[in-house]
Design a protein around this ligand. Structure first.
Ligand SMILES: *[C@@H]1O[C@H](CO)[C@@H](O)[C@H](O)[C@H]1NC(C)=O
Ligand SMILES: *[C@@H]1O[C@H](CO)[C@@H](O)[C@H](O)[C@H]1NC(C)=O
Ligand SMILES: *[C@@H]1O[C@H](CO)[C@@H](O)[C@H](O)[C@H]1NC(C)=O
Ligand SMILES: *[C@@H]1O[C@H](CO)[C@@H](O)[C@H](O)[C@H]1NC(C)=O
Ligand SMILES: *[C@@H]1O[C@H](CO)[C@@H](O)[C@H](O)[C@H]1NC(C)=O
Ligand SMILES: *[C@@H]1O[C@H](CO)[C@@H](O)[C@H](O)[C@H]1NC(C)=O
Ligand SMILES: *[C@@H]1O[C@H](CO)[C@@H](O)[C@H](O)[C@H]1NC(C)=O
Ligand SMILES: *[C@@H]1O[C@H](CO)[C@@H](O)[C@H](O)[C@H]1NC(C)=O
Ligand SMILES: *[C@@H]1O[C@H](CO)[C@@H](O)[C@H](O)[C@H]1NC(C)=O
Length: 248
């Protein structure tokens, strides 16, 4: 008897774990499909609505992002508000209950009928569509706002026009993102020392002094550096020709 009990408790816990992991078909794809289907049908519920302050946003890996919305409803009292990325009707998983986001999300409301989701320490895998849902004390008083907010999280990568060059060549270093971070300028590090150049770094003509490990960061987010990329500079024949007369 007690064995059966603990097995059913275990089974229940496994179901909870499966839901938290977004298995069991409760995932982003099932939400996207549902959202697309209702948008295609032009479903509008009079009196209900959610306005997102932005519909798509690009953010830097490791940084913090705020997603905000305002919402309205015809009557009653709001009993629950939350954001989600994984669902399958009628289950919607609050990010506060989603193990992918543990300790990294917060909801706040600084005005009536507004809500802000804050996600800290962003990961590339946080790239997803985020929806806001609220429940009221009325029968059928549940709603979520379409089409949500599309969040893209980008890391940084150093792109070099060449990684092995000869003295006298020219090299361009560019800081690459996978989405457009509006209004951002970039800063550069060589061997972990800040060098005061932004956007692209042009080394022309390159000298042996330029050899080293380069990384970039978004200005103002100096600690969130890209992985390093090594520039190798080979001695050019020109140098030897110009140096040899001095030897004599
Ligand atoms: C989401 O769930 C559906 C079943 O409802 C499944 O077919 C699909 O593979 C799942 N997608 C992911 C990314 O887990
Ligand atoms: C997010 O919003 C909070 C207040 O709600 C603010 O203090 C913080 O600076 C905002 N962060 C970003 C990255 O916009
Ligand atoms: C959304 O914005 C539109 C236009 O500004 C406004 O008419 C509508 O009432 C807003 N809806 C919500 C839920 O705030
Ligand atoms: C979140 O989890 C709590 C219990 O831990 C539960 O009461 C609540 O319904 C869950 N909400 C959502 C939206 O997942
Ligand atoms: C969540 O936001 C509220 C309101 O802005 C704030 O008081 C609280 O400290 C925040 N909690 C965390 C864990 O950041
Ligand atoms: C991101 O998600 C993919 C599949 O969804 C997974 O294979 C990968 O390990 C995840 N990466 C991180 C850093 O969590
Ligand atoms: C580029 O960097 C220099 C020196 O650090 C700074 O004075 C200048 O404002 C920066 N330019 C931009 C567009 O950020
Ligand atoms: C940085 O930029 C300045 C002008 O903006 C230029 O004179 C200097 O050569 C650059 N430094 C490197 C290392 O590219
Ligand atoms: C550059 O990085 C490589 C590989 O990570 C390392 O072996 C080398 O010592 C680094 N050079 C400098 C100057 O930090």
């Amino acid at each position: 008897m007690s064995v059966t009990m603990s097995l059913s408790v275990l089974g229940f816990l496994l179901v909870l774990v499966a839901v938290a992991l977004g298995q069991d078909g409760i995932n982003q794809s099932t939400c996207v499909a549902e959202d697309a289907a209702s948008l295609a049908k032009g479903i509008v519920t009079p009196g209900w609505g959610v306005n997102y302050s932005t519909q798509s946003i690009c953010a830097l890996k490791g940084s913090t992002v705020n997603l905000s919305c305002s919402y309205m409803y015809p009557s009653g009292t709001v009993t629950s508000t939350f954001w989600f990325t994984k669902c399958k009707w009628p289950t919607y998983i609050s990010l506060l209950n989603d193990s992918d986001y543990t300790g990294r999300v917060n909801y706040s409301s600084n005005q009536m009928n507004t809500n802000t989701l804050t996600i800290t320490d962003l990961r590339v895998n946080d790239s997803a569509i985020y929806w806001f849902r609220f429940l009221t004390d009325q029968t059928e008083g549940k709603y979520y706002g379409k089409p949500g907010v599309t969040l893209s999280v980008t890391g940084l990568q150093v792109k070099m026009s060449a990684t092995t060059v000869t003295e006298g060549d020219r090299v361009t270093l560019t800081c690459i993102t996978t989405c457009n971070l509006p209004g951002s300028t970039y800063i550069w590090y060589k061997n972990r020392q800040l060098i005061n150049n932004n956007t692209s770094l042009y080394l022309n003509p390159v000298s042996s002094m330029d050899a080293g490990n380069y990384s970039c960061a978004v200005n103002g987010f100096n600690d969130l550096r890209s992985p390093e990329k090594t520039l190798t500079v080979l001695y050019g024949p020109k140098e030897h020709l110009s140096i040899s007369p001095f030897l004599w």
